[in-house]
Ligand binder design. Structure first.
Ligand code: PMP
Length: 357
């Protein structure tokens, strides 16, 4: 029996991916050893990296001018690597906890971030509207934003306009719908929501940005994109198993019709939940403002903590787990990433529809 897994990350993986991983775990495609036992410098593992990159490149329609890196340290390490590599004085949009952490790391690294927009006072219920002016200082080396705010359940439906290079933390909506990679200098994402298991961080960046180091000489080797780009993500031992599972997830997405198909599926799943929230607004109150509603993390509260507890218990009885909201927002959060089947969302939506306090 598989649970309806609404965890925010690590989170649900596609069942066919888990089954293929299981089938090949002990003997990788008849080679007589597991991917867990392979040298990262062996031809079979190089083939896995090439395949992962090739499929991801096709999914994103990524031009030659862009490179893909598979790193470690989570998206959290990117918070420091971005300013260290791209230069001091980056502009930041503050749409919640993860943006704040990115800003803090830029401060710690001495890179003097400039916050150009924040909804902290409003409780992080929205992101800037399309066309809303962001006062980005002309000389800023980049504008950083978080496309999907995992904790607050808000997202950008648009790419913000800026006259400076764009950097985006796409951790929780990478590969959830098509995006135009050429709008960005650099995109990063922890894999553990839509792209694979924890332990892999995906960076997609313009070749010249990744290969030209502009940071301080004291920057450790492992924190330089250039080193990883020149070594084809094999400067040191990468998360070999993790990259393999990412490759399987990319194949699964491609097999289902790519990012357009993902985007359609995800919009339909999210609509199921937001429709009940709107229909039963006496009972369920969405955290995000309507225009900013995330398609990945649906956040809502009930009138009292007691009711929330009872709803969570009933949801668990129906096999729905991982629904407790982040402690900062309280309430509930349904994370419905790519691998979450529509049927599981229907189970939750149906319970919300029928539930009586
Ligand atoms: N950014 C966003 C938007 C996230 O959701 C998360 C993790 N939930 C992070 C960054 C941090 O990722 P990691 O745990 O991979 O460092």
């Amino acid at each position: 029996m598989r649970l309806h897994n609404f965890n925010a990350g690590p989170s649900i993986l596609p069942l066919p991916v888990l089954e293929e991983a299981k089938a090949n775990l002990v003997d990788h495609q008849g080679l007589g050893l597991s991917v867990l036992e392979m040298s990262h410098r062996s031809p079979p593992f190089e083939a896995i990296v090439d395949r992962a990159k090739g499929t991801l490149r096709r999914l994103l329609s990524l031009p030659d001018a862009y490179e893909i890196l598979f790193l470690q340290g989570g998206a959290s390490l990117q918070f420091a690597m971005v300013p260290l590599n791209l230069g001091a004085g980056g502009a930041y949009v503050n749409t919640g906890v993860w943006s704040q952490k990115a800003i803090k790391e830029a401060q710690i690294t001495g890179c003097a971030p400039q916050v150009v927009w924040s909804d902290e006072a409003g409780g992080f219920r929205r992101v800037p509207a399309p066309g809303e002016r962001l006062e980005v200082p002309a000389g800023a080396p980049y504008l950083h934003y978080t496309s999907n705010n995992t904790i607050f359940g808000t997202h950008f439906e648009h790419v913000p306009d800026a006259d400076v290079p764009l950097v985006c933390d796409m951790s929780s909506d990478f590969l959830a719908a098509p995006h135009d990679p050429t709008r960005f200098s650099l995109v990063y994402a922890g894999a553990q929501k839509n792209a694979g298991p924890s332990g892999v961080t995906i960076v997609v960046g313009r070749r010249d940005v990744l290969r030209t180091f502009r940071g301080p000489a004291t920057t450790p080797t492992m924190l330089r994109y250039q080193i990883h780009a020149e070594a084809d993500s094999l400067y040191n031992t990468p998360s070999t198993f993790g990259i393999w599972v990412c490759a399987l997830v990319f194949d699964w997405i491609e097999g289902l019709g790519g990012l357009e198909a993902m985007g359609r599926r995800n919009a339909e799943k999210a609509r199921l939940l937001y429709d009940v929230i709107d229909r039963r607004s006496d009972l369920f109150r969405g955290h995000a403002e309507r225009e900013s509603r995330s398609l990945m993390n649906v956040t809502f509260t009930l009138p009292t903590p007691e009711l929330e507890k009872r709803f969570l218990q009933d949801a668990e009885r129906a096999g729905c787990i991982g629904l407790k909201g982040h402690r900062l927002v309280g309430g509930l959060r349904a994370s419905i990433y790519n691998a979450m089947p529509r049927e599981s969302v229907e189970v939750l939506a149906d319970l919300m529809d029928r539930w009586q306090p």
